[in-house]
Design a protein around this ligand. Structure first.
Ligand code: NAD
Ligand code: UD2
Length: 326
């Protein structure tokens, strides 16, 4: 059924997180009534406060808690489910806790939605489900052996989405590749290589490349991800043929290239020095070699393409860090 964004009441779980806060802010700007649910385990109180000030209803609570879910789901008609234990190393240390949050709580959330007659779900999966798959780019139907409980948990989420679609839900899972952009933390369990390198190199510290730097990633900007999430929560669905779509750029960038791009951008802004040359560290255990999304399906079925180039995205982060303003 066509929906008017001005009347869509959207719940963003994990709304105080990196992607969730950007998504909730964009949903508000687009005219949604927004509720965010977050337990602030890795999310930030400041993001909660900013969203509340912008008009969101905020629910401080754990998605595992039935009362918190009930409160968050009140009056909602679409759910963007991002709350998760998102750290691969943490999932190795404590697989049960990861399964509890990512799988069991998601299953409970879907049951609660069903009870309320709520059938629109947009869920965050991860490129982690590809595991050690051979061949690039990664197409949605080719997956390898999963390498972590985190990857298993996202796979289980995708299966839940498939089952719900068979019951007629408007449900979709998005396999995010390496999301980066403003607001991503440079510390903590859920950080990423880009905020770490930007912070270090702007502070005149050399970055360390783990394992040589020839490994590649597909870095996608958070604004492109947020735009897609908000659209899928509100648009009329022509029922996309797939339950699962890649969300990346279709480009691979080696870590060495990443450092070189950052170094060139810093030199262009007058920063010079040895810290622009990376140090070499041992490979991180469990690291993937190469990762790149195939975008044919999402482009054909949903008409989505990323718009922010890596050069522009990195330049924006550097300018913000150096106080040049963006
Ligand atoms: P994030 O850690 O910044 O956001 C997750 C949010 O969920 C946090 O605010 C956290 O406090 C909240 N949360 C965690 N457990 C909760 C619980 N039990 N109850 C309520 N809230 C809880 O991470 P992010 O990068 O914004 O990731 C968002 C989603 O995207 C996650 O599902 C993650 O697995 C997925 N993802 C992210 C990336 C990436 O590159 N950042 C890549 C693949 C998938
Ligand atoms: C990403 C996701 C993770 C999961 C995983 C699935 C992010 C932030 N994380 O992990 O949630 O979905 O994909 O495979 O998107 N590196 C360095 N030096 C540093 C830090 C990192 O060389 O100081 C390397 C690291 O060894 C890796 C690459 O940078 O080869 C990317 O690391 P990451 O932690 O940003 O993301 P990734 O791909 O391991």
């Amino acid at each position: 059924m066509p929906r008017n964004p001005e009347t869509v009441k959207t719940l963003v779980t994990g709304g105080a997180g990196f992607i969730g806060a950007r998504c909730a802010a964009l949903a508000l700007e687009s005219g949604h009534e927004v509720t965010v649910l977050d337990d602030l385990s890795t999310g930030l109180r400041s993001r909660f406060d900013a969203l509340e000030a912008a008009g969101a209803r905020v629910v401080l609570g754990d998605v595992r808690d039935a009362n918190a879910r009930a409160s968050a789901l009140e009056g909602v008609d679409a759910v963007i489910h991002l709350a998760a234990q998102g750290s691969v190393p943490r999932s190795m240390e404590d697989p049960e806790a990861t399964m509890d949050v990512n799988v069991h709580a998601t299953d409970r959330l879907l049951e609660d939605m069903e009870e309320r007659g709520l059938y629109r779900l947009v869920l965050a999966s991860s490129a982690a489900v590809y595991g050690d798959v051979d061949g690039l780019p990664h197409t949605e139907d080719l997956v390898g052996a999963r390498q972590s409980p985190y990857a298993d948990s996202k796979w289980a989420n995708e299966q839940a989405v498939l089952r719900r679609r068979q019951q007629g839900w408007e449900a979709i899972a998005l396999r995010f590749f390496n999301v980066y952009g403003p607001g991503q933390r440079s510390e903590g369990p859920n950080t990423g290589v880009i905020p770490i390198f930007v912070k270090k190199m702007c502070a005149k510290e050399a970055p360390t490349l783990f394992g040589g730097g020839s490994q590649t990633r597909d870095f996608v900007h958070v604004d492109d991800v947020a735009r897609l999430l908000v659209r899928l929560a509100s648009d009329a669905w022509s029922h996309p043929p797939r339950a699962v779509y890649n969300v990346g750029t279709g480009k691979q960038t080696s870590l060495l290239e990443l450092v070189q791009t950052l170094a060139a951008a810093l030199r262009a802004r007058g920063l010079k020095g040895d810290h622009l040359i990376p140090l070499m560290g041992p490979a991180r255990s469990g690291d993937l070699d190469h990762s790149m999304a195939d975008l044919a399906a999402i482009t054909a079925d949903l008409g989505w393409r990323p718009t922010v180039s890596l050069d522009d995205g990195l330049g924006e982060l550097i300018d913000a860090r150096l106080g040049h303003g963006v």
